[in-house]
Ligand binder design. Structure first.
Ligand SMILES: C[S@@+](CC[C@H](N)C(=O)[O-])C[C@H]1O[C@@H](n2cnc3c(N)ncnc32)[C@H](O)[C@@H]1O
Length: 241
C-alpha cells in the first residue's frame, strides 16, 4: 500500500496561524510541494513554510493562472505523476495551500488527480481567510439562528446586491479588480457594516470600512469583504435601480 501524501492548509499568511499538526507533518516530509501561480513572484506559502523547514526540501511547481482548462489539466496531471514517482522512491510528500485546502484551492484539483493515479491523500485543515477576516474586524460571521454565505465576488452589481440580501452576513472572496463595483453597490444598499480586509497576516495588512467614504485601497488583491446586512433585508432603493 502506498504511503499517504498530505495536503496541508497553512492559514492566511501569518506563520503563527498554522496548526501544530501541519508543522509536524512539514518537518516529517522529505519533500514539500508548493504550487505557484507566478513563476517569478513571491509565494506566501513558501514564506510560511520556511519558518519551519529548510528550503532544500521545498519543490516549487508552476500552475499558471489561466482559464485554459487543457493547460491546467496538463499541469495538475504532470504534478500528480511527479508526486507518484516520489512516493515510489519511498519519499514522504506533502503539498501546501494558503488558508484552507478545501476552499478555492489548487489542492482540490491536485487531490483529484492524485486519487486518479491511486494515491491516497490525508488532509490537514488550515485557518481560512474567511475566519481570519472575521477575527480582524472582530465581528461574528454568524450567531444563533442566523447563517452566512460565502461567494466568489460577482462582476455585476445586481448579483452582488442579490447575494447581500440573502444572508445576515455575506463574505466575498477574490474581490480583486471588482472592488469599485462592490463599494458602489454597498453604498447604495447601506448595510449595517461593510469591511474589506486586505493581506491578512502579510505586509500591508489593512481593514477598509466601505461605508465611511475614505479613499479605497489601490489594490484589492488578496482581499476578503465581510458585509453585515443587519436583521432586516436591505435593498437598493427602487428609484436607484
Ligand atoms: C484562491 S483563493 C484561496 C482561499 C484560501 N484557500 C482560504 O482558505 O482562504 C484566494 C482568495 O482568498 C482570499 N485570501 C487568501 N489569503 C488572504 C489573505 N492573507 N488576506 C486576505 N484575503 C486572502 C482572497 O479573497 C483571495 O482572492
Amino acid at each position: 500500500m502506498n504511503k499517504a501524501v498530505y495536503s496541508l492548509g497553512l492559514g492566511p499568511g501569518d506563520h503563527e496561524l498554522i496548526t501544530v499538526k501541519a508543522i509536524r507533518i512539514l518537518k516529517e516530509s522529505d519533500v514539500v510541494v508548493v504550487p505557484q501561480s507566478n513563476k517569478q513572484g513571491r509565494s506566501v506559502a513558501r514564506e510560511v513554510i520556511l519558518h519551519y523547514i529548510d528550503a532544500s526540501k521545498v519543490h516549487m511547481y508552476y500552475i499558471p493562472m489561466t482559464n485554459n482548462k487543457e493547460e491546467l489539466v496538463r499541469r495538475y496531471t504532470g504534478l500528480a505523476a511527479k508526486i507518484k514517482e516520489m512516493v515510489g522512491q519511498d519519499k514522504s510528500v506533502s503539498y501546501v495551500t494558503q488558508g484552507d485546502p478545501t476552499i478555492y484551492s489548487t489542492s482540490n484539483y491536485l487531490t483529484e488527480k492524485l486519487n486518479a493515479v491511486g494515491i491516497r491523500v490525508n488532509h490537514v485543515p488550515g485557518i481560512s481567510s474567511i475566519n481570519a477576516a472575521a477575527s480582524m474586524i472582530g465581528l461574528p460571521l454568524s450567531v444563533k439562528k442566523e447563517n452566512f454565505g460565502v461567494y466568489e465576488m460577482p462582476a455585476d452589481p445586481e448579483s452582488v446586491a442579490d447575494l447581500i440580501q440573502r444572508h445576515p452576513t455575506t463574505v466575498f472572496m477574490k474581490v480583486n479588480n471588482k472592488l469599485p463595483t462592490l463599494i458602489e453597490t454597498v453604498k447604495r444598499m447601506k448595510p449595517a457594516k461593510a469591511f474589506l480586509v486586505r493581506r491578512i497576516g502579510l505586509d500591508g495588512e489593512s481593514v477598509y470600512d466601505m461605508l465611511n467614504g475614505a479613499p479605497p485601497p489601490k489594490s484589492a488583491y488578496l482581499s476578503v469583504a465581510v458585509i453585515k446586512r443587519g436583521q432586516k433585508s436591505c435593498k437598493i432603493p427602487e428609484k436607484q435601480k
